[in-house]
Design a binder for this molecule. Structure first.
Ligand code: SF4
Ligand code: SF4
Length: 178
């Protein structure tokens, strides 16, 4: 082969390719020991992005009433059709939410959920929210059917209740005989 063509068509491209490889290798070695790409999960955890969407929760108002009014808008917005809502009327004797109705049954099939957040967007009362809990693995299919009991937040403890319950019992007066 003509030496000019050999240099232009073979040696120059090989040289360029090697140059790119060496420059990347240099960058990688240069950052070694400084940039950390792995974390020691589960002891260490990466901070999640603010809008991360994982496990669902049904939230309550501060007075303990459920925010969900059983309107099923979340179920209608869900592209995976994995929400089931059965509404019932509140009565003067049994009130669960401030509205006329509440969700007597609320279920999410987490195996079908794609964590799009449309249910959260559609909810008029902010009842259903997706939070950052991502460890949702389980062993049995039936355990992925999240019921209302599993989704509903506990009733908030009011500061007054905390003070009353946290109050330390008074020490018994010392016996003179001791
Ligand atoms: S996050 Fe999306 S897929 Fe999952 S329940 Fe909500 S609407 Fe359905
Ligand atoms: S979670 Fe929101 S959208 Fe879904 S039924 Fe309850 S109130 Fe309606």
């Amino acid at each position: 082969m003509n030496p000019i063509r050999l240099t232009r068509d073979v040696l120059t491209p090989i040289g360029k390719g090697l140059g790119v490889t060496i420059s990347h290798l240099g960058k990688m070695l240069g950052t070694r020991g400084r940039a950390k790409f792995t974390v020691e999960y589960p002891e260490e955890r990466r901070e999640q992005f603010p809008r991360t969407r994982w496990r669902h929760y049904l939230t309550r108002y501060e007075n303990g009433l459920e925010k969900c009014i059983g309107c099923s808008l979340c179920a209608g917005a869900c592209p995976a059709r994995c929400i089931y809502v059965e509404a019932a009327d509140n009565t003067d004797h049994a009130r669960f939410s401030p509205g006329e109705r509440y969700a007597a049954r609320y279920e999410i099939n987490m195996l079908r959920c794609v964590f799009c957040g449309y249910c959260q967007e559609a909810c008029p009362t902010g009842a259903i929210v997706l939070r950052k809990e991502f460890e949702l693995a389980d062993y049995d299919r039936k355990d992925f059917l999240y019921t209302k009991q599993m989704l509903l937040e506990p009733i908030p403890i009011r500061p007054r209740q905390v003070r009353a319950s946290d109050e330390a019992p008074k020490a018994a007066p010392r016996s003179e005989a001791a």
